[in-house]
Design a protein around this ligand. Structure first.
Ligand code: PLP
Length: 398
């Protein structure tokens, strides 16, 4: 016999939320964008791309090649690395389509484990991090360790703690870095801090494994959100990037993503790409087509691409305005504490600093569902519920 698996925190929360029929209910757990009416949003550009696919007389449901759809993988390369990337021009980049960001993390982890790259490395994840990271990397057979990331008193980046932990780790470890819009904290390093992180990683010979699930969500600017990855590439690191189109194209259930691998030398690429293709073939055979066709269409068409950037700006602006609304309501109410982190944090989430007791009271008394660590999805706030949320927070912190 084997023991029952522990419940997944987020999935457990959404079951509880779904069962709650109170009219005041606010589901702040789900990491998915909602419009100002609290509804899922099909990006207008995605609807247009779908229409175009449906009108295509040659449309079919054939298998794709093992590497995935070239319009997606090629477009994704330029999006992440920039069209002038040395990795692209020197033939040191391989990209494979995956089952969204989760599949990219898993495929990368399996590859690093099988080929012991770097030798005897453990995987270091930030404390805290996305709930699934530990599970993915342990399932792939890695030892998982943590580096300090959040100063829980000030709810800002614990840059000194992070640098100390990266320096203290044995040489040549795998370090998982959130490219932007860190989940769950919403706290990203500044450009200067990224540069210090890169210095220590180079000094210690660590291997960067970027997880990029929110490009365009953090600042509304896809290039700015790729800053850290591009900086590491320009410094000559070999690295992985797990990329997801779930959030920035709203393709959550279509499972659209890529794993990008940058090597030092183009001569390594045939071996790396063939082994990744083999692992992908063994696990998913070929990636899913529908989301890839939509994303590939958007990425390759100039007009649709510009429209996509505007759609992302709409999402990012609405999230920013909800941060401001929540903070100003808390200020109006004179809620004890410093709430400046609500607006200084970026991306989809805010790490509120609320305790587990307070989170449970919010859940049981106010029908507000946030994760046990006090994270809220700002994307779930809207003009109808933000005042209710602020008043409930005010009540539990007094
Ligand atoms: N990485 C991070 C940090 C995330 O927050 C998420 C989703 O919440 C993912 C990866 C993967 O998402 P998906 O598999 O839906 O692309």
């Amino acid at each position: 016999m084997f023991p029952q698996a522990p419940p997944d925190g987020i999935l457990k929360l959404s079951v509880l939320s779904r069962a709650d029929t109170d009219s005041n209910k606010v589901d702040l757990g789900v990491g998915a964008y909602r419009d100002d009416n609290g509804k899922p949003w099909v990006l207008p550009v995605v609807a247009k791309a779908e229409q175009r696919l449906q009108n295509d007389p040659n449309a079919n449901h054939e298998y794709m090649g093992v590497g995935g759809l070239p319009s997606l993988t090629g477009g994704a390369q330029t999006l992440i690395f920039g069209s002038d990337s040395p990795a692209i021009h020197e033939g040191r980049l391989y990209t494979l389509q995956t089952i969204s960001g989760t599949g990219a993390n898993m495929l990368g982890a399996v590859f690093l484990k099988e080929f012991k790259v770097p030798a005897d490395a453990a995987i270091y994840i930030s404390k805290p991090t996305w709930g699934n990271h530990r599970s993915i990397f342990e399932t792939a057979g890695h030892k998982v360790r943590e580096y300090r990331y959040c100063n829980y008193q000030t709810l800002t980046l614990d840059i000194n703690g992070m640098l100390e932990d990266l320096r203290a780790a044995p040489p040549g470890q795998i370090i998982v870095l959130h490219a932007c819009a860190h989940n769950p904290t919403g706290i990203d390093p500044t450009e200067e801090q990224w540069s210090k992180i890169a210095d220590v990683m180079a000094e210690r010979g660590h291997f960067p494994f970027f997880d990029c699930a929110y490009q365009g969500f953090a600042t509304g600017d896809v290039d700015r959100d790729a800053l850290a990855i591009r900086m590491f590439v320009s410094r000559g690191f070999e690295l992985f990037v797990a990329e997801s189109f779930a959030k920035n194209m709203g393709l959550y259930g279509e499972r659209t993503g890529c794993l990008h691998v940058v090597t030092k030398d183009s001569s390594l690429l045939p071996a790396v790409s063939s082994q990744l293709n083999r692992l992908s073939r063994a696990t998913i055979s070929t990636a899913s087509a529908y989301g890839a066709k939509i994303a590939g269409t958007v990425l390759q068409d100039k007009a649709l691409y510009s429209e996509w950037l505007a759609n992302m700006q709409t999402m990012s602006d609405r999230i920013k305005s909800m941060r401001e609304a929540l903070r100003s309501k808390l200020t109006e109410l004179g809620t004890p504490g410093d709430w400046s982190h609500v607006t200084s944090q970026i991306g989809m989430f805010s790490f509120t600093g609320l305790s587990l007791d307070q989170v449970e009271t919010l859940r049981n008394k106010y029908h507000m569902y946030l994760t046990d660590d006090g994270r809220i999805s700002v994307a779930a706030l809207n003009s109808n519920n933000v005042e209710y949320v602020a008043k409930a927070i005010d009540a539990v912190v007094r």
